[in-house]
Design a protein around this ligand. Sequence first.
Ligand code: NAD
Length: 255
Amino acid sequence: MEQRHAGKVAIITGAASGIGQAHAVRLASEGAAVVIADVQSGEETLHRIEAAGGSAMTFRCDVADPDSVAQLGAGVEAAFGRCDILVNNAGLIPSQPFERISFADWRRIIAVNLDGVFLTTQRFVPGMRERSWGRIVNMASNTFGQKTIGLSHYVASKGGVIGFTRALSGEVGQHGITVNAIAPAMTRTPGTEALQDNYADMTQDELYKFVVGKQSIPRPSVPADLAATLSFLVSEDAAFITGQTIYADGGVVRG
Ligand SMILES: NC(=O)c1ccc[n+]([C@@H]2O[C@H](COP(=O)([O-])OP(=O)(O)OC[C@H]3O[C@@H](n4cnc5c(N)ncnc54)[C@H](O)[C@@H]3O)[C@@H](O)[C@H]2O)c1
């Protein structure tokens, strides 16, 4: 792979699993030193990166907890001195009909999926500003642009992520920092297992066929599709793109 991220330090939250793992493996394969920041052990991602000759470290972090994010900041600065690329990928994908969502459920989804983005971004923007270079990519969802069932708290959190992406891009662009979001289609990962509950009349395979049927490109979304989009957005080639939400979803939502 071309080493287009050589010399860059990239923090990827939620990189122990699913799409975040694919993001971490891809950026490391292109030369970035990757921090796998997750509430779970990131050992599997670390092994995959190291086996391919890349550089990474794991860091236990709960993005919804300000103290934990402060520890991540101190830990990354001690290890690498800086963060050039921040990928806000950690997220919970719940499945609950609206009337069964408790206020605690609502708060938890907003805390991880939206507060977490605020906390990590606020921690790392000052260093990017000092160095006049930074890339922030937030994981949104194409659920924001279509009919959904059982996801009102989730879609609200992702709408917040899209709004935050637009607003922050206006404040930090003058400092060489771009802020964009990626909105995927349903992509099979450990995080999507619970979605089945909303479609009890379908098997998992039927559910994925239903999703693919809405796409213009008729094949399932895979994490590598999203990692490829990420790699472009954090590269020099994307230096003039900011405030955007890229619907990398096979053509379901035309944003
Ligand atoms: N898979 C999809 O279909 C899909 C579609 C659209 C958007 N997304 C978004 O992509 C991102 C990744 O989703 P995924 O499907 O890979 O899910 P996943 O559940 O496989 O991975 C999410 C990771 O986030 C971590 N995490 C959860 N809470 C955390 C916290 N408080 N602090 C730190 N880490 C935490 C988990 O431990 C896990 O490793 C999410 O933001 C999700 O909303 C996924």
